[in-house]
Ligand binder design. Structure first.
Ligand code: SF4
Length: 453
């Protein structure tokens, strides 16, 4: 089979920790990699310094970036380590007045480890971090400049290219995928399976098992989120509302909720996952941490309401990821590069594609659902208040879950014929993101972010 995809569904859907894939998960991974390199080279490290630049500096505090970097330097892993240990990394350094890098004890407090440089100009990417290691004489022995490019992925600064031009050659295209499927009589699911088998060189059963594992992490995030009460971390003092909203919904639904109960459920489940994310919990990037509530919100509701098998729900993630990966390839899923249209907009397109697939939509209906969901997020800015992934992010996930269902519904009522292709919509997202002022790209320098100073 001709290989059309440029990255796997599992590069997009990653298990991670909140609150931000680009500002928490990516920086943690960069730090982990820097630590591993230092250990591998057996360098006589005496001191490490990390400078967070651009958007990582402007909103890093609210996104818990310094703690994520410190956790990575301490050797914690976003998938395998205890959440409590990751969350307590900074405290651990403060308590011990330093930390161990292999056999070496590097003394000093957390403030000396991570510093900020808020200048946005002259960077290869708005999410840049520079890692430095010095010996006992203060001589620089290793440095790496890294960029967090969205969804938890990162690159060395030298290899970063502008949004939409990261892959050389033909861009991943929904038109090409639909044409291929038509010529070979394939469903989007069969196409996605065949592509993954070819790309990852693993059997379908192994892909299924990996998808089920991701679905189980998503389910756990919904269920954990529904049990929590109290306030989210950070100075905004935001009260968790998923559990309260669910209780209210169970006890005294409004007339409107009685008319459209499934919508309310998707809203509530999306809130639950987004609150888990905002509290630094474990989620699946779909496609990012900030936008991680939309896909599980919709899928959990459909799983419950339609009594679908777990296998089918998990497979819908594969169909959803085709559309997420088109955005990665043609534009960006980083709020710091293109605004929230790239994060929640993409999540909404993925959720809508999955919902349409689960309702038996044809390939062109699924593409139409994804397109409509993304189209009506074009131009959406990223302006997190106080740099926290809470307002407007959490509610935005809930609203997008509703839009995803709505778009899938409209697509299923049509014949799949529509004017604007998903490709064209993604290209417009990229162009709009390029034109968007930096104030609205995860810097907290404009929009809602400045209404609460
Ligand atoms: S506004 Fe959107 S892109 Fe920005 S941090 Fe929130 S969820 Fe992410």
């Amino acid at each position: 089979m001709e290989l059309l995809i440029k990255q796997s569904a599992f590069d997009l859907l990653k298990i991670g920790i909140g609150p931000s894939s680009s500002h928490t998960l990516g920086p943690m991974r960069m730090a982990q990699s820097f630590r591993n390199r230092l250990l591998e080279l057996e360098l006589p490290v005496h001191k490490i310094e990390v400078i967070l630049k651009g958007s990582l500096a402007l909103t890093g505090e609210g996104h818990l970036t310094p703690n994520a970097v410190i956790a990575g330097l301490l050797g914690f892993d976003p998938v395998l380590s205890d959440i409590e240990k990751i969350q307590g990394a900074t405290l651990e350094v403060e308590r011990n007045h330093g930390f161990f890098l292999g056999e070496r004890f590097l003394s000093g407090g957390a403030d000396n480890l991570v510093k900020f440089d808020k200048v946005l100009t002259g960077l290869r990417h708005p999410n840049t971090a520079h890692f430095y290691a010095y010996d006992a004489d203060g001589k620089l022995i290793l440095d790496k400049e890294c960029c967090s490019i969205g969804g938890g992925a990162w690159l060395l600064a030298d290899s970063v290219k502008p949004a939409g031009s990261r892959n050389v050659g033909e861009k991943l295209s929904s038109n090409a995928i639909l044409k291929y499927c038509q010529e070979h009589s394939l469903s989007l699911l069969d196409f996605a399976y065949a592509q993954e088998e070819c790309y990852l060189k693993i059997e379908r059963e192994e892909i299924k098992a990996k998808l089920l594992y991701l679905w189980n992490v998503m389910k756990a995030a919904v269920e954990n989120g529904l049990q929590q009460e109290g306030h989210l971390p950070g100075k905004l003092n935001v009260r968790r509302r998923a559990k309260r909203t669910r209780d209210r919904y169970m006890n005294r639904s409004s007339q409107l909720q009685k008319a459209i109960p499934t919508l309310a459920k998707a809203n509530i489940y999306a809130l639950a996952v987004s609150e888990e994310n905002a509290s630094g919990g474990r989620i699946v990037t779909a496609p990012t941490c900030g936008a991680c509530g939309v896909v599980p919100g919709v899928l959990y509701m459909l799983w419950e309401e339609l009594k679908l098998s777990e296998e089918l729900i998990a497979e819908s993630l594969l169909v959803a990821s085709l559309f997420g990966n088109i955005v990665v390839d043609r534009a960006s899923i980083s709020g710091a590069e293109v605004g929230c249209q790239g994060e929640v907009g993409t999540a909404c397109a993925m959720a809508s594609a999955a919902a349409c697939f689960l309702s038996g939509g044809t390939n062109s209906q699924i593409e139409s659902a994804a397109e409509a969901a993304l189209e009506h997020h074009l131009g959406l800015t990223c302006d997190p208040v106080m740099g926290l992934v809470q307002v407007p992010c959490i509610e935005r996930n809930a609203i997008a879950a509703g839009t995803a269902i709505n778009s899938a519904n409209l697509a299923l009522l049509g014949d799949g014929d529509h004017l604007i292709s998903f490709d064209r919509c993604v290209d417009t997202l990229r162009e709009t993101g390029t034109d968007m002022s930096d104030k609205y790209k995860e810097t907290s320098l404009g929009g809602l972010a400045t209404t609460h100073c």
